[in-house]
Structures are given as C-alpha cells and as structure tokens.
Design a protein around this ligand. Structure first.
Ligand code: CP3
Length: 365
C-alpha cells in the first residue's frame, strides 16, 4: 500500500498510513484522500441503514449501525481514512439542550441558550457517561477497521457549537450569537470556555478509545471579522490543541483545524500547534502553501460542486488542485466542504482514483 521509503514511527500498526504520513509531512507514494461527510445520503446503502435505524440520532447511538455506515464508503472507494460516524451536535445534546433533526429543517434544539444563567448552569458532559455511545462507536469502528486505514475522531469548534446552541438551530444571520458576542462578551466567553473544556475532554476520550487523528470543524468561524475570529474562535481552538493527547500508545495523533471561509487566516491557524489546516475552495492551495507549508500540512480543497460535472472535468479539476499544491508531501486531498447529497457515487470513484493516479508524479524524488 505505502512505499518502503522511511519507517514512520507514527504508524506501525496501519496497512495504509498515507493519511497520517501526509499530515506529518513524511514521504508518501501518492496523495491521500478522504471526503468530508463521506458516509452520508449520497450513498443508497447509507439511506437503507438510516431507514433501519429510525432517526439520525438513533443511527449515531447504535455503535453497530454507526460502524456499518462508517465502513460503507470504504467498500466502494479506495479512501485513505475513515471518519467516525457521529455529529458535532452530540456535545450540546449531552449538555441538555434537547437535539432533534427534522426533515428539511436540519438540527433543532428544544432549549436554546438565551441568558447568562442558562450558560452558568450548563453542565460539562462526561465523555464516558452521557457521550458513552460515541466512545463505543469509536472502539467498534477501530476494531472493525483492523488497521486498514486510520480512524479520524472529530468535534465542532466551540464557536461553531455556540452558534447552534444560542440560535437553537441553523441560521443565516447569526443574530442571537453575534448579539451575545457584541452586547455581552463576558457571557459569550464563559460559554466558549466551557465548550473548550468539553471538546478537549471529548476528543481525548476518542483518542483513548482508538481515534488515530483528530479534526475540529469550525464551520462558522468564517462569518466573523478577523479580530472577532481571533478572540471568539481561534483562541479557543488554540486552547483545545494545547490540551489534546498528541501521542498515544507510541503513535503520534495529528490534529487538523478547519475553519470554513478561514483561508485568509491560514498563517494564524497554522501557528496553533495543529499538524494540518483544512481549506475550502475559495483559496489557492498553492498560495497558502507558500505562506505556511513549512509549518503544517494542508487539507482540501476541491469545490464539492465539481462532482456534478462529467468525468473529464472532475479529472481536470483534481489535476489543477494537485498542481497548485505542487511537489512533495504535506497534502491531504479533500473537498472544501461536505459532499452534497445529490452527487452520483460513480463520480466519487472517478475523484478518488484520479487523486491517486495523477498525484504519483508529485511524489517521485
Ligand atoms: O464526515 C462524515 O462522514 C462523518 C459524519 C459527520 C456528520 N456530520 C454526519 C451527518 C460529520 C463529521 C458531521 C459534522 C457536522 N455536523 C458539521 C460540521 C461539518 C460541516 O458540514 O460543516 C455540522 C455543521 C453538523 C451539523 C449538522 N448535522 C447539520 C447542519 C445537519 C443537517 C444537514 C442536512 O442536510 O439535513 C446534520 C445532520 C447530519 N450529520 C447528516 C449526516 C450524514 C444527515 C442526517 C440524515 O441522515 O438525515
């Protein structure tokens, strides 16, 4: 699977360690790829398992079914990593906000946070208590993978979780959370601080149960001005990164930070101590590499809508991203955001195979 170039101390037990090696900027035979939301509604087999489970949260709460859907995309495509099947909203749910997913509306919280008192009273969830179902899914998936590819654990960033918790669901305006941030910054900081502790404990528990890399999804950091991004999002991700287990059972556990819309801040994100920075498609990955390539690996950044195009266009766009990144390791190929639910799975196969085939020349020494 991987070339016999150097022996990585990071990955002794993996049959395919390209993803970990690329994050550590060690030599690889070709560029690794995985896809955000790779287990999801674009796959008919996902929809079948989801129907069997009942609700989306029922699917997350069953370790066996969560494992089944995690492995589905790996059966179809030559992907270089698996990602825990769960959701970023498990933490707010475990804090008592009452999460449901309604068709067409997305996530809804029965008890959104609207005042200081409810923030003060917010309990810290126990990863092996209220969130034990997530940890059981991690152990089950890690066992079933049997070293085939690494397992990525994840969480939402404090800022992104706070947007859902204060708004009570998805939003376009961010009126309540931004209102809180500007009018009562101390309460916003109290909430973000609690969430940082919860996220750190949650991610470390995932590592103890077998996650081999970690990713923090800051889906909504990009809606902030640069100074507010630093103060209300990045500062808390920095704090989390410095509290994470970075080595477990002799293996390095790489961490990726992804702020959607945060490309302009890549140098600051790269200074967090993370191993990798995720990029959406609005930046040129080669230009960002010029700024930070000596410090971190980069993950991304194909526009997810390219997957609606014919095969030749997909290959051409893959070639463009690979050429923009250029020669050598330190690139994990991905979409710039989650895969859309109406994509044809055959096009995903074209994408994955094109990344492996077309990247080989960039890894010959
Ligand atoms: O990447 C993977 O395959 C792992 C699973 C995963 C899911 N959600 C499964 C999911 C991951 C990593 C997430 C993260 C997540 N969840 C984020 C951050 C990443 C991003 O997309 O920016 C966010 C913002 C959420 C919150 C969330 N969960 C929303 C807004 C929705 C509704 C989306 C919709 O289109 O209805 C979800 C539900 C969700 N999470 C689904 C999946 C596969 C679809 C639910 C279903 O089967 O009906």
């Amino acid at each position: 699977m991987t070339p016999d170039i150097t022996t990585s101390t990071a990955t002794a037990t993996l049959k395919n360690d390209r993803f970990i090696r690329a994050l550590l900027r060690e030599p690889v035979d070709c560029t690794p790829i995985w896809i955000m939301r790779q287990a999801g509604r674009y796959l008919p087999e996902y929809k079948a398992t989801r129907a069997k489970a009942g609700s989306f949260m029922d699917l997350c709460r069953s370790a066996e079914l969560a494992c089944e859907v995690t492995l589905q995309p790996l059966e179809r495509f030559d992907l270089d990593a698996a990602i825990l099947f769960s959701d970023i909203l498990t933490i707010p749910d475990a804090m008592g906000l009452g999460l449901t997913f309604s068709a067409g509306e997305g996530p809804v919280f029965a008890n959104p946070l609207r005042d200081r008192r409810s923030i003060e009273q917010l309990p810290l969830p126990d990863p092996e208590g209220e969130l034990r179902y997530v940890m059981d899914a991690v152990s089950t998936i890690r066992g079933a993978l049997n070293g085939r590819v690494p397992l990525i654990g994840f969480s939402g960033s404090p800022w992104t979780l706070a947007t859902y918790m204060v708004e009570g669901g998805s939003t376009k305006e961010f009126a309540h959370i931004k209102g809180l941030m500007y009018s009562d910054p101390a309460s916003a900081h109290l909430l973000l601080d609690k969430l940082s502790t919860a996220v750190t404990d949650y991610l470390n528990a995932q590592v103890r149960r077998g996650a081999q890399a970690l990713m923090i999804f800051d889906t909504w950091g990009g809606v902030l001005s640069p100074d507010k991004y630093r103060e209300f999002s990045l500062a808390y991700m920095n704090k989390i990164v410095s509290g994470l287990i970075r080595e477990h059972e002799g293996q390095r556990i790489p961490v990726i930070l992804f702020t959607k819309g945060g490309g302009a801040w890549a140098p600051e994100i790269a200074a967090s101590g993370a191993d990798g920075v995720g990029l959406d498609w609005t930046v040129d990955i080669g230009a960002v590499r010029q700024q930070v390539g000596g410090k971190v690996a980069l993950q991304g950044n194909l526009d997810p809508s390219v997957l609606y195009a014919p095969e030749a266009v997909i290959e051409q766009e893959v070639a463009r991203v690979l050429s923009s990144y250029g020669q050598g390791s330190g690139h994990v190929f991905n979409l710039g955001h989650g895969i859309h639910q109406h994509v044809n799975p055959d096009n995903v196969k074209v994408l994955v195979d094109a990344v492996h085939r077309l990247s080989r020349p960039y890894h010959q020494s």
